[in-house]
Design a protein around this ligand. Structure first.
Ligand SMILES: *Cc1c(COP(=O)(O)O)cnc(C)c1O
Length: 375
């Protein structure tokens, strides 16, 4: 189809001009923190496998055993014939870990958010989200058909104003925020948000994609909707919601991304369960990523980080891409993050630290960053 080809090519030219075109680069994992790219070994500081669980022998064996027992796929929606025995145990385990009554797993974190929000809010309702909330929370809010407003990043005063103005005209209200912001690494002011939510009879959802396994869970009395992913510190694939039994029961019938999609593969569930065991058994492992982030920030005199994610805002996409390329020449894989993932003018390098990095690697990275920045 000529019109389709013309459309795609014109769009690509525009993305190229703005230096925001994305492309895939073949990159093989090669151990806990190293990758192979273009035949070279690089130390990766851009992976969300914060506890290196994807490479852990215990986690791998659990996934292999689940394949041997249950096969490679769920075969259907869990409501039809796809509810293999691992789910019940894992969901109970996850709920216990988070301190909630119940839990529900989804095919991914993205799928969880675009399913949860429309299941809980509709045309007569209000959805408010932090302006830096993850793209899938925003997508869920739009899909819901509710009135949707953004509040300024981590600005409880602004949220209060927006609530005062908009809450009375709506039936229910959902407040959405990342708990650890994915591109900035800062934390949401959860207790203050919870107090506000209570005052305005609003339901607070925190997205703990970058926190689960690395910091203690939110208090369920503050946060009735605790969402997260199995794909980051848990080293597997999938998403989840931890909530009350009634909310989870409702989602069994109403979350379209649960009802109308195939259940998670057994190996993914078993791997996440094994990772959860390792997390509970080894607090020292879980503390290492943040310690590395602080070591790195201190070496570069950056603000003290609250999480394992450290942004270095450099401005234009071209500058971020150039610094990333020069770090790769020195043996480091660091992602250049560009708009629309982050606001215009705030293109950045995003560093993420994992348990298996060594302090010397972190300090050497800081030195390399200093050098490429000066050049
Ligand atoms: C990664 C991420 C998601 C999506 O999770 P996946 O399991 O990768 O789909 C959702 N929210 C936030 C904040 C994330 O960083």
């Amino acid at each position: 189809m000529k019109s389709l080809e013309d459309f795609a090519r014109a769009k690509l030219r525009r993305l190229d001009a703005a230096e925001t075109r994305r492309s895939l680069v073949e990159t093989a994992r090669d151990g806990a923190v190293t990758v192979l790219r273009d035949g070279r070994s690089l130390v990766s500081f851009c992976c969300n496998d914060y506890l290196n669980m994807t490479q852990d022998p215990v986690v791998r064996r659990a996934a292999q055993a689940a394949i041997e027992t249950y096969g490679t796929g769920a075969g259907a929606s869990r409501l039809v014939t796809g509810n293999h025995p691992l789910y019940r145990e894992f969901e109970a385990r996850l709920a216990r870990f988070k301190g909630t009554e119940a839990a529900l797993v989804f095919g991914s974190g993205y799928l969880a958010n675009i399913s949860i929000v429309p299941a809980l809010a509709g045309a007569r309702d209000l959805v408010l989200a932090d302006e830096y909330a993850h793209a899938c929370l925003i997508a869920g809010a739009r899909l819901s058909g509710a009135t949707f407003r953004l509040f300024r990043h981590n600005d409880v005063g602004h949220l209060d104003e927006v609530l005062a103005e908009t809450r009375p005209a709506h039936r229910h209200c959902l407040i959405l925020t990342d708990r650890v912001f994915s591109m900035d690494g800062d934390l949401a002011p959860v207790p203050a948000l919870a107090a506000l939510a209570r005052r305005h009879d609003a339901w607070l959802l925190t997205d703990d994609a970058h926190g689960a396994g690395l910091r203690p869970p939110d208090d369920p009395a503050d946060v009735p909707l605790q969402m997260g992913t199995l794909s980051k510190a848990l080293g597997s694939y999938g998403g989840y919601l931890c909530a009350s039994a009634a909310v989870v029961g409702l989602l069994h019938s109403r979350a379209r991304g649960f009802v109308y999609t195939t259940g998670l593969p057994p190996a993914s569930v078993a791997a996440a369960a094994a990772a959860l065991d390792l997390i509970e058994a080894d607090p020292a492992r879980c503390a290492r990523p943040l310690a590395h982030a602080r070591r790195f920030a201190e070496a570069l005199r950056l603000p003290k980080p609250d999480s394992q994610i450290v942004p270095l805002v450099v401005g234009t996409p071209a500058r971020a891409l150039d610094l990333s390329a020069r770090l790769a020449q020195r043996g480091y894989l660091v992602a250049a993050i560009r708009p629309p993932t982050v606001p215009p003018g705030t293109a950045r390098l995003r560093f993420s630290f994992t348990a298996a990095h060594e302090p010397e690697q972190v300090l050497a990275l800081a030195e390399a960053v200093r050098t490429v920045q000066a050049a």
